[in-house]
Design a protein around this ligand. Structure first.
Ligand code: PLP
Length: 284
């Protein structure tokens, strides 16, 4: 956990870091967030994460609480105060605190919270070596999951179901039986024909930053990729499968709903993408 949190202008010990009971993030999930990887004390792909944050804020007409340059300073200060070398930095912006009423309040300052915490790198490396299990659940989310909002209850329930079934991630399945994405990651397979497949961008998936960098890695490695929706049946029959997110980079999937993927061992393509990832990411 973050020991020190930045909240609306102050760095505070976690126990004293508080937001209002009238905060719209708390009452309506009326807020957005970003998670960036921190690697050797630097922020990975900050420019792209901050561009997506702007896009989320614009989509919901939430004002920026501070300039991009000031936010960059706060993120670094929060990382430093928490002594994070390898881990994540978390930024949340809500519409702010106001008397509870559904429409946007007038003249309300947005709430800004920044936290940072370390990751257990050896555990992540172990997961990359062993691979992870996923289970599939119906995608019951709203129609604008391309906006990175804190309205994550369906994701929470899906992830909990995965945990109860001994899996790390849940893959969400649309009404046509096609995978949209993971509860907190983008979903990929290597199909029978050897092509890497992931769902195209749209309002039904989050435009993952890791996803976009992995597409660059795929191109640099000269591998064939197709951005199209794939079915659960294709996933069961895939040669390989993997997930991507800022906090995990690339993790191979070795079981889907209890069935082994390929020969049940982590795939070579997932390993190669993970290996080369940080050569293509921007580190600042
Ligand atoms: N999809 C969902 C639903 C997520 O919550 C996340 C990350 O939290 C991702 C995809 C991966 O996005 P990124 O690579 O930007 O971390």
């Amino acid at each position: 956990m973050s020991r020190i949190a930045y909240v609306n202008g102050r760095y505070l010990p976690r126990e004293r870091a508080k937001i209002s009971v009238e905060d719209r993030g708390f009452q309506f999930a009326d807020g957005v967030y970003e998670v960036c990887e921190v690697r050797e004390g630097s922020i990975v792909d900050e420019r792209r994460h901050m561009a997506r944050l702007d896009r989320s804020l614009n989509a919901l007409h939430i004002a920026r609480p501070m300039s991009p340059a000031a936010l960059a300073v706060v993120m670094r200060e929060t990382i430093a105060r928490n002594r994070v070398r390898d881990g994540i930095v978390y930024v949340e912006i809500t519409r702010g605190a106001a008397r509870r009423d559904f429409p946007f309040p007038a003249n309300t300052k947005p709430t800004l919270v920044v936290t940072a915490r370390g990751n257990d790198l050896s555990r992540l490396e172990q997961l990359a070596a062993d691979g992870v299990a996923v289970v599939t659940v119906p995608d019951i989310r709203w129609g604008r999951v391309d906006i990175k909002t804190v309205a994550l209850l369906p994701n929470v329930l899906a992830k909990q179901q995965a945990r109860e079934q001994g899996a790390r991630e849940a893959w969400l399945v649309d009404e046509q039986g096609r995978i949209t994405e993971g509860a907190s990651s983008n979903a990929w397979i290597v199909a029978r024909d050897g092509k890497i497949v992931t769902r195209p961008l749209g309002q039904d998936i989050l435009p993952g930053i890791t996803r976009s960098v992995v597409l660059d890695v795929i191109k640099a490695q000269g591998l064939a990729v197709e951005e199209r929706a794939f079915t659960l049946e294709e996933a069961y029959a895939a040669r390989e499968a993997f997930i991507t997110s800022a906090s995990q980079i690339v993790l191979p999937v070795v079981r889907i709903d209890g069935r082994p993927v390929g020969n049940g061992a982590p795939g070579l393509i997932a390993a190669a993408l993970r290996r080369d990832y940080h050569r293509h990411a921007e580190i600042s």
